[in-house]
Design a protein around this ligand. Structure first.
Ligand code: ZN
Length: 70
């Protein structure tokens, strides 16, 4: 996807690209880069982490602790 003549630096053409860290805009003419908003909000990531911790059985955590001591 290309956004024509929207580069704030050179008024060149921006295109939307993506890598392991997320999506960002890049300018064809001058190489200007700008991150786009992350698809997953931080608050949503935190709630997913909390639910994982709550669902983890306490017995497994206890066994791991005993192994570390031994
Ligand atoms: Zn540019």
């Amino acid at each position: 996807m290309i956004k024509f003549k929207e580069c704030p630096r050179c008024q060149g053409d921006l295109y939307i690209t993506e890598d392991g860290f997320g999506r960002y805009l890049s300018c064809l003419q001058c190489g200007y880069l700008r991150d786009l908003k992350q698809p997953v909000p931080v608050s949503q990531m935190k709630s997913q982490l909390d639910s994982r911790l709550e669902s983890a059985p306490a017995a497994a955590t206890l066994q791991e602790a005993e192994l570390e001591v031994a």
